[in-house]
Design a protein around this ligand. Structure first.
Ligand code: UTP
Length: 293
């Protein structure tokens, strides 16, 4: 079993990041000086993915332009001898084989994934949510690779999960799990945004999946669930009953860039690790806190 393809659902309306997302896709909001979607594409590529499908929506063409050539900018950089900048801009269009499909109606994550059916065909594939950035510690593989390894080892679908606070589990998908070994669990049930009496465990799915193509047939027959949307969790709930599914308690820090606090945390942490600005930023924040600002 080899996972060669990835799907990045990025068709959501991003209402928690308005007004910026009225005309800028939330996946294009900069994390220091790179859009979130580039960091996610990079994770897929570093995990061995060759073909990437980005699910997009009206008003989100900036993502297509970002991964295309831009002859005007490129020629200008060449002419003025800015070779590094030229390579940087040109390289974005060659990161992977990236194609786009529109969701047309924003009917939920399950529906967005279902739009990938003809791209994926009959092979297992990875899903990386367009607003979740994962940062693995030095020396650890990217989260998508951690999931691919577990999926291959168990010949199963694999979902990325971590323990969340009890007070927060109602915002996520709660999993019913049994430990297999180390950080890998067998999944037997899943519930989206559970009420307190529905919580299976505090293990929540967070932004990454490796799925068997059987999911498409299941999603086709999955009625709208929580919030009137076709929920990927409802599809996974059926998938884990007919096929093996594992949860990987992945080793990485997850950043949710789709809400204001999560977005600011991401920018600050990325800037703190960026040699071009980290000393300056520390000094600036020290100055600000000293001044009580
Ligand atoms: P979110 O619920 O976090 O994104 O979906 P959203 O709907 O854009 O956010 P808000 O609540 O309005 O602020 C998780 C991921 O699924 C994608 C989103 O783009 C995001 O990457 N998604 C969601 C779709 O592609 N299509 C949908 O119909 C819904």
């Amino acid at each position: 079993m080899k996972v060669r393809k990835a799907v990045i659902p990025a068709a959501g309306l991003g209402t928690r990041m308005l007004p910026a997302t009225k005309s800028i896709p939330k996946e294009m909001l900069p994390i220091v000086d790179r859009p979130a979607i580039e960091i996610i594409v990079e994770e897929a590529v570093k995990s061995g993915i060759e073909d990437i499908l980005i699910i997009t929506n009206r008003g989100k063409c900036a993502m297509e332009d970002y991964f295309d050539y831009n002859p005007e900018v490129e020629q200008s950089l060449k002419k003025s001898g800015k070779d590094d900048e030229y390579e940087l801009v040109r390289g974005l269009a060659n990161m992977a084989n990236i194609v786009f499909v529109r969701q047309k109606e924003t009917k939920g994550l399950g529906h967005a994934v279902w739009r990938a059916k003809s791209f994926v065909g009959n092979e297992p594939f990875a899903v990386l949510l367009g607003d979740d950035i994962m940062v693995s510690p030095e020396g650890q593989p990217p989260v998508t690779k951690q999931l691919i390894d577990a999926a291959e080892q168990h010949t199963a679908s694999a979902v990325g999960a971590q323990l969340v606070d009890s007070k927060d589990i109602a915002k996520y998908c709660s999993l019913k799990v049994d430990l297999i070994k180390d950080n890998v669990f067998h999944v037997t049930d899943a519930v989206e945004k559970p009420r307190p009496e529905q919580v299976f465990s505090n293990y929540a799915i967070l932004g990454r999946y490796v799925l068997m193509p059987k999911i498409f047939e299941i999603l086709e027959n999955t009625p709208p669930g929580f919030g009137g949307e076709i929920q990927i969790t409802d599809g996974l709930n059926t998938l884990c009953k007919v096929d093996k599914m594992v949860a990987v308690d992945f080793v990485a820090r997850r950043y949710d860039t789709g809400n204001l606090k999560g977005y600011l945390e991401t920018i600050i942490d990325f800037a703190m690790k960026d040699d071009r600005v980290n000393d300056w930023l520390r000094e600036y924040m020290r100055e600000k806190s000293g001044a009580g600002v």
